[in-house]
Ligand binder design. Structure first.
Ligand code: NAD
Length: 307
């Protein structure tokens, strides 16, 4: 029974040092075995997770000694933060560590969609040389619509602006004169306006009870037929069936999804769509971001355990 439990695959130099210095049990698959996890939590003082371990009331109750729940990454939707607080347990996460990587992937997906890079690659690999077929669009002068303009949204907007895109955003918690908007000459609009005006709609909101299935068929139907949708936030923000139906009916031109309603996803019509790019929740997976995330988590755990 160890003081610190790591229940998912979280690696890096700081983690190696933590394991060397303190009493750490590292099991990348422990999140899959709830009974064993509950048993091991009986004496644990720190729990380090990524996004797979569901840290709900039942799990917290199994951990009477717990002082800190450290979430490696962003998005606390797998942690019952209110209940943890009630129990006097510190909950920390790594808000800034991977934002840049997510923003960069979003731009990468946007370029890949508008320049049809995956389709062109596939065609070339199978002997084709169809240059006209892969005529794409420039980002310059297009309108980039952000749903959520927090850390990742702002970084993405700055990068989209550097390509000469016009920025519009929906964010219920952002003032119209917020620096994040001023920096990019951006404008706050309603969701209806954003869907009607944007050439690329990119979602960067958190998953909350209010945002679960926030984007449905009727929203995708309001988009321009040549516009694209990108989601690097949380899959459950989108009603995936609605998105599929809208894509099949050509209500929008394409989509890139790094996150899915269920992960890993089941077989889906999305797999067969040429105008859809699917990635396995890799937005935060860069060498740099993972080092920053692990550094931050290990430092927080050390601080809390040293009192
Ligand atoms: P953040 O809290 O800094 O920003 C989120 C923004 O969304 C805030 O400004 C908030 O006001 C806004 N918002 C809340 N409700 C909204 C709504 N109904 N409509 C529009 N906007 C709304 O968070 P962040 O660090 O920028 O992260 C954004 C998202 O990215 C989170 O969902 C997070 O889980 C996800 N994320 C994904 C990956 C990945 O690997 N794909 C990695 C990191 C973060």
């Amino acid at each position: 029974m160890s003081d610190i439990l790591v229940t998912e695959n979280i690696q890096g130099a700081s983690m190696v040092r933590l394991i060397d210095d303190l009493d750490v049990e590292f099991d990348a698959y422990l999140w899959q075995n709830r009974d064993l996890l509950k048993q091991k939590l009986q004496n644990a003082k720190a729990l380090i997770v990524r996004n797979q371990t569901q840290v709900n009331q039942e799990l917290i109750d199994a951990a009477p000694q717990l002082k800190i729940i450290a979430r490696s990454g962003v998005g606390l939707d797998n942690v019952d933060t209110e209940y943890a607080q009630e129990k006097g347990i510190t909950v920390c996460f790594t808000p800034d560590a991977n934002s840049l990587s997510v923003a960069e992937l979003t731009i990468g997906l946007m370029l890949a969609l508008l320049r049809k890079i995956p389709e062109a690659r596939q065609d070339t690999l199978t002997g084709g040389w169809n240059r006209l077929k892969f005529t794409g669009s420039e980002l310059y002068g297009k309108t980039f619509g952000l749903i959520g303009m927090g850390r990742i949204g702002s970084l993405t907007a700055t990068r989209a602006r550097a390509f000469g895109m016009n920025i519009i955003a929906v964010d219920p918690f952002l003032a119209a004169d917020a620096p994040a908007l001023n920096r990019v000459g951006g404008k706050l609009v309603s969701l209806d306006e954003l869907l009607a005006e944007a050439d690329v709609v990119s979602c960067h909101s958190p998953l909350t009870p209010n945002t679960r299935k926030m984007l449905t068929y009727s929203h995708f139907s309001q988009m321009k037929p040549d516009a694209c949708f990108i989601n690097t936030s949380r899959g459950e923000v989108v009603d995936e069936k609605g998105l599929i139906q809208a894509l099949l009916e050509h209500k929008l031109a394409g989509a890139a999804l790094d996150v899915r309603e269920t992960e890993p996803p089941q077989q889906s019509p999305l797999n067969q769509m040429e105008n859809v790019i699917l990635t396995p929740h890799i937005a935060a997976f860069t060498v740099e971001a993972q080092e920053r995330v692990v550094d931050s988590v290990c430092e927080d755990v050390r601080l809390v355990l040293s009192g």
